[in-house]
Design a protein. Structure first.
Length: 454
């Protein structure tokens, strides 16, 4: 049977319309390009040592005022529309420090963007543009991925070199799931349960969607492992289900609101497992329960071994810390634990983290502080829960002038160790006006001294 030219063309066209093409067509219209402008103040001395001699630099700096000028730094990333009213999900590192944001749609339209919420730990941010009736992506299920299935990365690599609003599509497979990335010293971000793919993720792809063959977003393209500046087949995406848990906080509050559970826990090692007559060294053992905490109200006690929460197994301390970080206030949690060798269940409802602050500390320093909960410790990358964390700083306070920031951990005050809010308040009350206060703070896992003139 002979085919007409038209029927042959129809067959060719049909064969070209494969799952990957359809997935790109489904998600592509909701992918955006995000152009970022940072304005930096640069200071230069008219005279300086060409050999980098600090003595001569300091000498000339005493007599000649440094020249200051503003410099614009440009960068680009991607994002995708999650709400027709203009809410866009992207990476926090894409919009970090932005003085100006320009969002370009696939239609060629451009809008000024505003960061409405950002979380450096999860490396996620939400940008808002003022428009309506936008195309949106479909959020899939990243807990149901199969190694080897199609993975399609959509974004704007090197977008500033192209005079074209349409995104680029690269194709690969899901290479691995549940990848935990080692945290470097000073690194704020915590990357857990990451999706690994060999779909090319290049400069400008960060923040764009990783979609499956159905065109559903399964991840947010975030970074690559490379020895050069290009893709080498090892790309990583944040699972979309992790983003779903914090999206409402980012949009509503502009940040993640930590949930308070009230447990101090440690990993069950082989020695503990043997002494507790456990079959294997898995789970986390409760070392302390905070008074009047959700954990205490749920009936949990010291030496209880938590082995699961809802449908998630708790094998390591990292599993528990990750769950605490993602837990939301008023969420019902089914805690599965062992007590005296028997399996038990407890219904635990986390609460919003209480911020404790004394009036004297507010009037003298201008900061809010709180005890270091397991959730906060995890976010700050510390295992030491002694001290207090700064949760708020008045911009017209001496603390702000001294450089204190939200997230700083106060370890000592005038050489006195600080274990909790009570210790902090006691020292604040003893301090008289016109006296210096020297704080030892921890920031990004490094220690610094800060001097305050009261």
């Amino acid at each position: 049977m002979m085919q007409t030219a038209a029927s042959v063309q129809d067959e060719i066209t049909s064969s070209r319309q494969n799952a990957i093409v359809r997935a790109a067509q489904k998600a592509g219209p909701a992918v955006v390009s995000i152009s970022v402008v940072q304005v930096r103040v640069v200071r230069e001395h008219p005279f300086f040592s060409p050999f980098g001699d600090e003595f001569f630099d300091d000498f000339w700096g005493r007599f000649f005022r440094p020249r200051e000028y503003k410099e614009k730094v440009y960068s680009i990333g991607s994002g995708f529309i999650i709400n027709p009213d203009g809410y866009i999900l992207t990476n926090a590192h894409v919009v970090r420090g932005a003085d100006q944001l320009k969002v370009s749609l696939t239609t060629g339209e451009e809008y000024e963007g505003k960061v409405v919420g950002s979380d450096e730990v999860s490396d996620l941010a939400v940008v808002k543009i003022e428009t309506k009736d936008l195309p949106t992506v479909v959020l899939g299920n990243s807990d149901d991925l199969i190694i080897g299935e199609w993975a399609i990365a959509i974004g704007n690599p090197f977008g500033y070199l192209l005079d074209d609003p349409n995104p680029t599509v690269t194709v690969g497979v899901i290479s691995a799931v549940n990848r935990d990335i080692k945290r470097e010293r000073g690194q704020v971000q915590i990357f857990r349960k990451m999706i690994q793919t060999d779909a090319a993720i290049n400069q400008g792809n960060s923040g764009g969607p990783l979609v499956n063959a159905s065109g559903e977003v399964i991840g947010i393209n975030t970074f690559i492992f490379t020895t050069s500046r290009g893709s080498e087949g090892i790309g990583f995406a944040i699972p979309i289900n992790r983003a779903k848990t914090i999206l409402s906080d980012l949009i509503k509050f502009g940040k993640i609101i930590p949930a308070w559970i009230g447990i101090r826990a440690q990993e069950v090692n082989p020695i503990l497992a043997q002494s507790l007559d456990l079959d294997k060294a898995e789970g986390v053992i409760i070392s302390d329960v905070e008074e009047n905490s959700p954990a205490q109200k749920a009936g949990l006690k010291r030496k209880d071994v938590i082995i699961g929460v809802d449908d998630q197994k708790m094998r390591t301390l990292s599993d528990w810390e990750d769950l605490v970080y993602l837990a939301r206030a008023e969420q019902n949690l089914d805690i599965i634990f062992l007590r005296d060798g028997r399996k038990n269940h407890a219904r635990l409802v986390p609460k919003a983290l209480p911020t404790q602050m004394s009036k004297s500390s507010r009037s003298k320093l201008g900061i809010n502080v709180a005890n270091i909960s397991s959730s906060i410790a995890y976010r700050l990358g510390t295992n030491d829960r002694r001290g207090v964390v700064v949760t708020g700083v008045d911009k017209e306070s001496i603390a702000y002038e001294a450089g204190l920031e939200v997230g700083d951990i106060i370890r000592q005050m005038n050489d006195q160790p600080i274990r909790n809010v009570e210790d902090y308040e006691m020292i604040i009350k003893r301090i008289k006006n016109n006296k210096k206060l020297i704080l030892l703070i921890e920031r990004e896992r490094a220690l610094y001294f800060v001097s305050l003139e009261l």
